[in-house]
Design a protein around this ligand. Structure first.
Ligand code: PLP
Length: 396
């Protein structure tokens, strides 16, 4: 039996986490239709999900998954190279390549594993990685694991990045690594400028489209498509766990690049392949993303509507982003938590994001929309937000 005694350092650490008000508690969410979920017996409008196109519970995905499930069982039984790669993995790779307009694609157990594995495989100790300061943890961890030199840049200060790139004239390779859409701000990376810089200084550009796939671009391929720079990005990484409504990471690119990754990326080689049922569901999702662009249009229409409503409330700070991730910066962490609690009692689940996830003084509500939400939900949300801010303003 495991000891019930926690090592003292862990006790101390837990106490410090609690004292800082940063303890993360776990709850049980039951997803419901219409962009809602059930939490502690209360139905909430879920404004904190990444299921942007409302595909996770789509009957076509469920049915595709169940067919593969009864044919092939639950687990993949081995890593892809050993014996885990089934016909559904091959179909998904092919469909992803076609969707992305690339020669080939490679699957990973998650987007996290894709970022960690790809960056640590391409960059070595002699190299330098330029990493946006708002990048997702998985990109940062990949940079660290690679052992390469690590420089943080701000995409609103590209002159500085340019000077840094110019300084590094040694033999090592250079990589610029960025999210296409930053997850806590909803801001878009300046991909055109980054392509220019990468080309000028002989750097490779690695872009994570986790929040771009399905959401941006005429065909839903992401921000690189929207900005017309797909062919200029060295490595494009995506996830199937957000707008695609499933699970798994992917890279798309030339046959040669994909061959190299198959042979070099450890998070792919040494991890069990995705369940075949997930691959079948993702195939169905990609089909829907390409044929039902109305979902994307509706998502952006709702996003514009809510942003406009928030901007009319001139005391609120809302970053100049587009798309379904909408932060409302309240600055004070205690106020942020209180407003999120008030909204929850009024029937809305929103993220309350505090440091260290975001910089000091920028605590925020993080709203994310799906195409299943209704304008009426958002009207009620704005009223609830007004009510909470008025109450908390008065009591301060
Ligand atoms: C969610 C996310 C990931 C991780 O993807 P998973 O498939 O959930 O592991 C990677 N990058 C960014 C920017 C993300 O938001």
């Amino acid at each position: 039996m495991a000891s019930s005694e926690l090592p003292e350092w862990m006790e101390t650490d837990l106490r410090q986490i609690r004292e800082a008000g940063l303890f993360r508690s776990r709850r049980i969410f039951q997803p419901l239709a219409g962009g809602r979920c059930l939490l502690d017996g209360q139905t909430l409008v879920n404004l904190s999900s990444n299921d942007y196109l409302d595909l996770a519970q789509d009957p076509r995905l469920v049915s595709a998954a169940s067919v593969a499930l009864s044919e092939l069982g639950v687990g993949a039984r081995a890593s892809a190279l050993v014996s885990g790669r089934t016909i559904w993995h091959a179909r998904l790779e092919e469909q992803l390549a076609k969707f992305e307009g690339a020669e080939a694609a490679l699957l990973f157990p998650s987007g996290y594993a894709a970022n960690l594995g790809v960056i640590s495989a391409v960059a070595q100790e002699a190299d330098t990685i330029f990493c946006d300061r708002l990048n997702h943890a998985s990109l940062i961890d990949g940079c660290r694991l690679s052992g390469a030199r690590f420089r943080v840049f701000r995409h609103d200060q590209l002159e500085k990045l340019k000077r840094e790139l110019a300084k590094h004239t040694d033999a090592g390779r250079k990589f610029i690594v960025t999210d296409s859409v930053f997850s806590m701000d909803g801001l878009s990376a300046p991909l055109r400028d980054l392509c220019d810089l990468a080309e000028e200084f002989g750097a490779s550009l690695i872009v994570d489209e986790a929040h771009g796939t399905g959401v941006y671009g005429g065909n839903g391929r992401g921000l690189a498509e929207e900005l017309g720079v797909e062919d200029r990005v060295t490595i494009r990484i995506g996830t199937l766990s957000k707008a695609v409504g499933c699970l798994g990471g992917f890279v798309s690119g030339s046959e040669a690049l994909i061959n190299w990754l198959w042979n070099r990326v450890r998070t792919q080689i040494y991890s069990t392949a995705l369940p075949p049922s997930i691959c079948a569901a993702a195939c169905a999702a990609l089909e829907i993303i390409q044929t039902e662009s109305v979902r994307r249009a509706r998502l952006h229409e709702l996003s514009r509507y809510l942003r406009l409503g928030l901007k009319e409330r001139s005391r609120l700070t809302v970053p100049a982003s587009t798309g379904p991730i909408i932060p409302v910066i309240l600055s004070d962490p205690a106020l942020t938590m209180q407003v999120a609690r008030d909204l929850q009692s009024d029937g809305f689940l929103v993220g309350a994001i505090r440091p260290p996830t975001v910089p000091q003084g920028t605590s925020r509500l993080r709203i994310s929309l799906t195409c299943a939400h209704q304008r009426e939900d958002l009207e009620r949300f704005l009223k609830a937000l007004d009510g909470s801010l008025a109450r908390n303003g008065e009591s301060r």
